[in-house]
Every structure is written in C-alpha cells, then in structure tokens.
Design a binder for this molecule. Structure first.
Ligand code: GLU
Length: 548
C-alpha cells in the first residue's frame, strides 16, 4: 500500500521538515540533572486547587534542580473555551507565585520554543501527522457521530470492549481509492493512530510518584487530529513535550489510563519518553469517608474562592507544601523566617493516593503565615483585599497608612507573634476598635461585677491616665485602682487567698478594656491606648461611664 500517496492527499500544505523543527527547538543546554517541566492547563475559566498542586510540584522540581518551567496553554478544545480564560489562568498562577521562566504571558509568548498556545502550533503537528501516515502508523477515519454511536451500541449488546479497535476500526484497512473518494466528496475526517498493541500484553512502567506499575497495552486507534486539524491532547502532548524538551511531565492521575497510548505514541514518533509524575487527587472528609473534591459540590476547589475569602496567596502555597511533603511543617517550625525556596521539596514524599484537603488546617497555616509577616506586608495584603471586597474598611485602613501600620505592629516580630488574623476578611474585626466609624461596644460586663466598682474604676482612670507614661507606670496606676477598690493587685496574693478580695487587677483592666475597645479581648491594652491617643481613650471611657 502506498501510504505516501494518502499522506500527500491529506496534508498537501506541509512545508516544514522535522529537521528544521529539531534545529528551531534545540535540545536545552542545561546542567546535568536539571528538570524541564511545564504547566499545561486548558483555559476553561476554572482554575482550581489541583492546578496549584501540580504547579507548585513542577515549579519546585524545576527550580530546585536549576531547570526550567514553562507555561503552555492547551487550547485545543475550543468548545470548552471561555472568553478571557487565558488571562484568568495567567493572572491566577501569577497571584499564587508560580513563576515561569518562559511560555505564554498576557503580553504574548516569551521564549524560543514558541508558540506556547497549542492552536497556533497546528502546522507543527501536521509535520508529524504526515510522517505517521507515510509510515502507515496513522490513517484517516470518516466515521460519523452516528456511526460511532451505533458501534458503541453494538459493542454493548455483544458485551465487547468499547472503542475503535481491531475489527471495529472501520477505516483502518481501507484502500487508497476508498479514502480518496471520501476526501473528494469533502467528507470530514479525523486522523487515527494505527495501534499495534494488544490488551493481552502488559507493560512495566515506573512513575515517579506512583512507583512501579504494570499497565495493559493500548489497542485503541485513538484520534490524533480532530476534523478541524487540531490535535487531541495525546498527540499535542507527544509533539510539544518532545520539541519543548520537557524532561518531566507532572500531571493529574486521570491521565494514567491513557498512559499506555502515550508510551506507544512516543515510540511510534521516535521520541524519547519523558519521566512521568502522576499526582493523586485532592480529597476531603465527607462524614466518615474520603471523597475527591468536586467542582459541583465544593466551592473550595476553585482558587477564586480563596482570594475572595481573603487567604493570602502565601498561605495556600505553604498549605500545599504541607500536604505534599509531610516534613514541611517541621521544617517551617525550625525555620520560621526562611523563604519557602530553602525547603528541600521531594516528589518521593508525595502520597501516591493523593492528599487530604483540610480547611481547618489551612486556616491554621494561614494564621501562622500572617503572624510572620511584617506590619508593612499585612498592610499591603489587607488593603489590597479590602480595596476589592470591603470598601469601608479600605478607606479606614488607607486614611493614614502610618497609623494602620502601627496597629499591625502590635505583638508582631519576636519569637511568639500574635496570631489573631487568619484571613484578610478578619482584619475588620481586629482593627475596628481603632477607627471611630467602625468602633462599636460589642461585649458586655458580666453581672457578677458591681456597676459601682466599674464606674469608680473608669472615673479614677480618667483622672490618672497620662499618655506619656511608660507601660510600667501605666500599669502601676491600674494596680492602685485595684487596691483602692479591694481587688488584688498582686496575683500571687490573690491566688493564695481569693476569698479576701472582690477580684483582681485583671478584672480592673477588663473594666477599662471594654470601655476603650468595646471588647473583652483585645491586643495589648497599653499599645492600643498609645495608638488611639489620649482624647479618644478619655472620650470612650466617659461614654461608657454615662451609659452605666
Ligand atoms: N491540559 C491537561 C490538563 O489540564 C494537561 C495535562 C498535562 O499536564 O499534560 O489536564
């Protein structure tokens, strides 16, 4: 059979050669062991946690090894594409600090392996498609949707395996004349792979995450090019990862089922197979059992959710490192101020079955991340969030940036920083006491305290409060009020004989705290008053006295 004849009929316009492509996209000049990987998401408009898991894994592996990470947009499925999706994708990955060395950017392509958007690579795929046809490794198929549906029905009836293979592969062994007739009639066609595999055979394969696997050979004549000449994922994966010199493919394990086909395809094309890392799915507890996170049921699968809720990007990044490498948390504890890049990430520690996603743990990680930030970073993070999601808070925070940064400085730095904020959306309730327009008395004095004692405490406080006092002098004055009212100023004495007192100095502090902050709990009172200033403190205390 003269396959050349059909190859020319199918691809009359191929002008490039494989040699030219090999020269245009040269083998990368990188040091031994350097990993080249990519993120290859489809622009569906939905960027999810799985993308981030895959992105962080490949980013760490590439950059830790002195290699290269690039972004390729897999836009071969036009039906699923949403307007603006590529921009959303690029912006989201940037927000989460996945830094690409090359690939698609908002401004266009960056790098010599361009184009990085698959639809623009059509001509390249055709060079290889034509060669496969010439070698008898691929052929056109003119089956209609209806014919394929009917085949499926038949297979169901006869209890045979589904798919286009063996005797079911209607166009596999047609003559040139038959093919030419259809082509001349303008019938649409897809290009199929002529599989030589058998499901009787097993192949051994080592995946870097899943370990040693034994998979069944592929006998399906999968589609390589769709009727519009655009490749399927499989064909684009082989051609692009070869020409872009990818050494490691990090992807979701939903691709494991087509791996036998990919192995066949690389071999048919004469390409070296990359190393594969198939990542297990993210799961969550649903009652007693685990299940995969689902787009439909779990809003927390979408990365947009976290931005809206006010999680700093860094919190998610660190949380994902925590679930991927179980030693990350200990490392972070021992190295609280180190950059995440200093952590030695290892794919060997990844769970082949996938990771469990735990929202409570994420919040905890986030609290730690924010507690380690400088006041400046907290200011920047919270105002950026508030600018988009809480305008009233935004205008309060930005009115006097130095004042706001002073608030965020309370209890920051040092060995045990305060951990009051897990989300930017919690900043409002943390800072509201510092801004008159947000301030409200939210808590109440317990009935067990005498109103009169509270009143006297507040009145005395207004008499002695001096903003110039240092914290010791300030506290001595509060202790004096305690002594005066029969509350213990010395905690040890109180503990030895609590019956002898009406209460202790922390109750007296609380009387003042509630008046000044509106809450029973607040950051360090002395620092709070220093920021609020004399007039505001006195005004709030007087208002409380009036209301009692
Ligand atoms: N577009 C594919 C996906 O989003 C890419 C898989 C791969 O990384 O090869 O699942």
């Amino acid at each position: 059979m003269d396959f050349n004849y059909i190859a020319e009929l199918l691809f009359p316009n191929v002008t490039m050669t494989e040699e030219e492509l090999e020269a245009k996209y040269p083998v990368r000049n990188l040091k031994e062991g350097a990993i080249v990987s990519r993120m290859a998401p489809s622009p569906t408009g939905f960027v999810h946690l799985g993308n981030l898991v895959q992105g962080i894994t490949s980013e760490r592996l590439c950059h830790q090894s002195g290699g290269t990470l690039f972004l390729r947009v897999e836009d071969t499925d036009q039906k699923r594409e949403v307007a603006g999706a590529v921009e959303i994708l690029i912006d989201t990955l940037k927000y989460y600090n996945i830094n690409f060395d090359e690939g698609a950017t908002i401004e266009g392509d960056n790098g010599i392996y361009a184009p990085y958007r698959q639809r623009q690579r059509k001509d390249i795929y055709h060079v290889y498609a034509k060669r496969l046809v010439k070698e008898g490794k691929a052929y056109p198929c003119f089956c209609t949707e209806d014919e394929l549906a009917e085949m499926h029905e038949q297979q169901e009836k006869l209890k045979e395996n589904f798919g286009y293979y063996g005797k079911w592969a209607k166009w596999r062994d047609r003559t040139n004349e038959e093919i030419e007739t259809e082509l001349k009639a303008g019938k649409p066609w897809v290009l199929r792979f002529r599989s030589t595999g058998s499901i009787e055979n097993k192949i051994k394969f080592t995946d870097y995450i899943k370990g040693n696997l034994e998979v069944t050979e592929n006998d399906i004549d999968h589609v390589l090019l769709k009727s519009d000449g655009i490749p399927t994922y499989h064909f684009a994966h082989a051609v692009d990862d070869h020409l872009m010199r990818t050494t490691h493919v990090v992807r979701g394990d939903e691709w494991l089922s087509t791996l036998p086909f990919h192995i066949q395809l690389f071999s048919a094309l004469g390409f070296r197979l990359p190393k594969y890392l198939h990542i297990g799915p993210l799961m969550k507890m649903d009652g007693e059992s685990k299940r995969k996170l689902s787009k439909r049921k779990d809003p927390e699968l979408a990365l947009s959710y976290y931005k809206q809720e006010g999680y700093p990007a860094q919190s998610l990044y660190e949380y994902i490192l925590t679930i991927l490498n179980s030693n990350y948390e200990d490392w972070r504890r021992a190295n609280p101020t180190a950059s995440t890049e200093e952590f030695k990430f290892s794919y060997k520690k990844m769970n082949p079955a996938g990771s469990l996603f735990d929202g409570a743990k994420l919040l905890d990680v986030s609290k730690n991340v924010i507690s380690r930030m400088s006041a400046e970073d907290v200011y920047n993070g919270s105002t950026e969030w508030a600018g988009e999601y809480d305008k009233e808070l935004y205008s309060a925070l930005t009115r006097n940036p130095e004042y706001t940064k002073a608030i965020f400085s309370i209890g920051r730095g040092g060995k045990n920083p305060r951990k009051d904020i897990a989300l930017w959306s919690e900043v409002r309730s943390y800072v509201d006491l510092f801004y008159d327009e947000l301030f409200k008395v939210q808590d109440e004095y317990s009935d067990k305290f005498s109103k009169n004692d509270i009143k006297i405490t507040l009145q005395e406080f207004t008499k002695v409060f001096d903003i110039a006092d240092d914290s010791n002098t300030w506290f001595e004055k509060i202790k004096d009020i305690a002594d005066m009212l029969g509350y213990a100023s010395d905690m040890r004495a109180y503990k030895q004989n609590p019956e002898a007192y009406k209460g202790n100095v922390s109750d007296i502090s609380m009387f003042i705290r509630l008046a000044v902050t509106g809450k029973l709990n607040s950051p360090d009172m002395y620092s709070v008053m220093q920021i609020l200033g004399y007039e505001t403190v006195i005004k709030r205390v007087n208002e409380m006295i009036k209301s009692l």
